[in-house]
Write a new protein. Structure first.
Length: 217
């Protein structure tokens, strides 16, 4: 039911997991076959060398011109709370507690720790933004399919204190868009804890308004 593999990437070991029945059902019914194909393909084909050097989405320290909507009592916050309570003896770290609970019990969660990458040729002014020519990489905490949108979620134990989480999940969306050949219109982004979620719509304009890194402060 759950297909899993462990990846030794910079930052530690990441256990990539996909709930195959939910993936097949949700992606087939919502027109996201390219998402399904990518999630299955990266079990066997991915540029692991990319993940051991170069910028990581979780380490980007600049802000984008977006103002995420704060939502109290969001469904994902409820799932996080239940995961922390019910998986506290099963897993040592909070991320695994939340991620595994959602993957096993939430009808919309299809994958966790999804590996992603973006090459410099895939984004205009990449070097200016990243201050590097090495590929950008990252791992999506939780991937959900809700109706006609693919939701990219990052669990943050103290979400309200995060300064750059929106930047992190935005680039996850951009990377997944490039890997699946789906426009950003198909994606939504969010980060959350057990009380609050912050959500926004990723658009190309968030980085094309001003491609100079100095603008992202």
């Amino acid at each position: 039911m759950i297909h899993a593999t462990t990846m030794n990437h910079s930052g530690g070991f990441y256990c990539y997991r996909v709930h195959e029945p939910k993936l097949n059902g949700l992606c087939a019914s919502n027109g996201f076959l390219s998402v399904k194909n990518f999630l299955q393909q990266v079990f066997h084909e991915r540029p692991d060398a990319y993940f051991n050097k170069g910028p990581r989405s979780s380490m980007l320290k600049f802000k984008l011109p977006c103002d995420p909507l704060q939502v109290q009592g969001h469904e994902v916050s409820t799932l996080a709370r239940l995961g922390l309570e019910l998986n506290k003896e099963r897993f040592k770290d909070a991320h695994s507690q939340v991620q595994m609970y959602m993957l096993e019990n939430d009808q919309n969660t299809v994958a966790m720790e999804v590996p992603l990458w973006l090459e410099k040729e895939e984004l205009e002014s990449y070097k200016k933004i990243m201050e590097s020519t090495q590929p950008l990489t990252g791992h999506i905490d939780v991937l959900r399919v809700e109706g006609d949108k693919v939701w990219i979620w990052d669990y943050k134990p103290n979400a309200h204190k995060e300064k750059f989480a929106a930047t992190q999940v935005y680039f996850y969306a951009l990377m997944l868009s490039r890997r699946t050949n789906l426009s950003l219109d198909h994606f939504r982004c969010g980060f959350f804890d057990a009380k609050t979620a912050f959500v926004f719509q990723p658009t190309q304009q968030l980085i094309t308004k001003n491609m100079e890194l100095a603008a992202f402060t």
